[in-house]
Ligand binder design. Structure first.
Ligand SMILES: [Zn+2]
Length: 509
């Protein structure tokens, strides 16, 4: 038993050092062969490495120079190392049915995402069979979101932070530029393309000498209970249902996203996403149809790269088609999402169950069933709820909070006069620091209770109306117990919790 762990670790570190693929030839040949298609993007013009930033810009400039009526781009800001981040616009920017935004390369070591976006851009411009998409849709694409990471094929931004854990606290400039650009475009549908890591140390426990994930792609979407059920419905029953036949046709294997976690010597799996610190839930909370695609790829270097890029392309192509063919259903779902529930969910519990996952036995080179414990983020139950306020009232000193909320795309007003208001305020009942360091700090774990009070609020006090499209993001950031909230992430110090209030009366402020 011990022997097999040692072998596994030696081979794993060996692979990391030589930057070879973690898939053996026999696994690649049997399960993940490339397709017989030519992909005319920069990485495929060379045998090693991936598209560099300059190569991407040449590729885009070439298209813009040749087809200035069909494609344009602008820079949304710079990376930490000063490289300008492009957003590409294609399609009908005035008379469209649906607006769709795509992103690739938020994690710098997930190259099929960026390459897939470049392939899509190319085909949208050059392939006649895609003509209907650019005629009927307004499309925005950020092909390389984390340029500094991408240049080194490293997951993180230049400062070592994970940009897909930064979508409520905004401690990276890239996160702010991207959020502002996407909100300005204001898509109906937003898809963030990634790659996942098919080999994990956890998996050595299973099979003869360990197993690897078998899915070409896993679908990640939000099970957060504050996300409108109409958004979840259209994501599951329309977008994902329609993508399946495309994948089946090419014998690409798929599953809802599962990730493994290690805790107290046991391994368990999580299904789905609930946390607004990452993109799938962040955009779903802003009443946008939101998906995150995880293509099998991290650690595989150039193995199956053509297959991975084609898979990414196929997904994006399907989502665009669905956006054209079901424009009316999409608009109805988005309208419905703006009727908010009276209750908001502060704490929840994921459904726990046994689950059988098919995986590839590395030694036997065949699929085997693996029994796992699954926490289902797509089936959460509320544990603590509160009444939805009509406004959050934020005292002036917390202007940092107001500015982060406006990055999130929320409209914020201020009181025009000093005003006496009856509000609900928070009292902390317990407070401790998380024992684990997260992105350079320890999270605050807080519990509060509400009390009703009357207070004079000064002219200029920030008020956040809760009848707006992105208001669910205010809930997830301002309620003190929230797992990706401002208090949790120290954007608001625990001492300042008494400067945030809830207005629940039925009067307009
Ligand atoms: Zn990723």
């Amino acid at each position: 038993m011990k022997y097999k762990y040692i072998i596994f670790f030696i081979s794993l570190f060996g692979l990391i050092l030589t930057s070879k693929s973690q898939d053996s030839k026999k696994i690649t040949n049997k399960f993940f062969p490339d397709f017989d298609i030519t992909i005319p993007t920069p990485a495929f013009k060379k045998n090693k490495g991936f598209t560099k930033y300059d190569e991407m810009m040449l590729f885009l400039d070439d298209l813009v120079n040749k087809y200035p009526k069909l494609i344009s781009y602008e820079f949304i800001g710079t990376s930490q190392k000063g490289k300008e981040i492009p957003i590409v616009y294609i399609g009908n920017q005035t008379d469209y049915k649906t607006k769709v935004a795509f992103m690739g390369g938020l994690h710098g070591n997930e190259p099929a995402s960026t390459e897939g976006m470049l392939f899509l851009i190319h085909n949208l411009i050059k392939e006649d069979s895609l003509k209907h998409l650019k005629e009927k849709l307004s499309i925005a694409i950020i092909p390389m979101a984390n340029i500094d990471g991408y240049e080194k094929q490293d997951r993180y931004a230049a400062n070592g932070q994970d940009l897909n854990r930064d979508q409520t606290k905004f401690t990276n400039q890239e996160s702010i530029y991207i959020k502002k650009a996407i909100n300005k475009f204001s898509p109906d549908v937003m898809v963030d393309f990634h790659e996942y890591k098919p080999y994990k140390v956890d998996f050595v426990k299973y099979g003869e000498y360990g197993v690897t994930q078998m899915f070409d792609v896993m679908f990640l979407y939000s099970g957060n209970l504050n996300v409108s059920s109409s958004i979840k419905e259209v994501t599951e029953n329309l977008f994902l249902k329609k993508v399946e036949p495309f994948l089946d046709k090419h014998e690409l294997k798929y599953h809802n996203y599962v990730s493994s976690k290690h805790k107290n010597n046991a391994i368990y799996f999580n299904l789905g996403s609930v946390s607004p610190r990452s993109s799938a839930t962040s955009y779903a909370l802003s009443n946008t149809i939101s998906l995150l695609m995880e293509v099998r790829g991290v650690g595989l270097n150039r193995d199956s790269f053509n297959r991975r890029v084609f898979t990414t392309y196929l997904l994006s192509y399907s989502f665009l088609n669905t956006s054209v063919n079901h424009a009316h259903e999409i608009q109805l779902a988005l309208e419905k999402a703006n009727n908010f529930n009276d209750e908001i969910i502060i704490k929840y519990k994921k459904e726990k169950s046994g689950y059988t996952l098919n995986m590839i036995d590395i030694y036997e080179n065949k699929l085997i069933p693996v029994d796992v414990t699954l926490y289902n983020g797509l089936k959460c139950k509320p544990v603590l709820t509160r009444r939805r306020p009509n406004y959050y009232v934020i005292e002036n000193e917390l202007n940092e909070v107001a500015s982060k909320l406006s990055v999130l795309g929320l409209d914020i007003d201020t009181l025009k006069f000093d005003e006496l208001l009856e509000v609900e305020s928070y009292k902390i009942t317990s407070l401790k620091k998380s024992p684990v360091l997260f992105q350079g700090f320890y999270e605050n774990i807080i519990n509060t209770e509400l009390y009703t009070t009357k207070k004079v609020f000064k002219k200029g006090t920030f008020i956040v109306p809760m009848n707006q499209k992105r208001s669910n993001l205010a809930i997830e950031t301002l309620e003190p117990e929230m797992l990706s909230g401002f208090l949790r992430f120290n954007v608001i110090k625990p001492d300042d919790v008494n400067k945030i209030h809830r207005y629940v009366l039925n009067k307009e402020l």
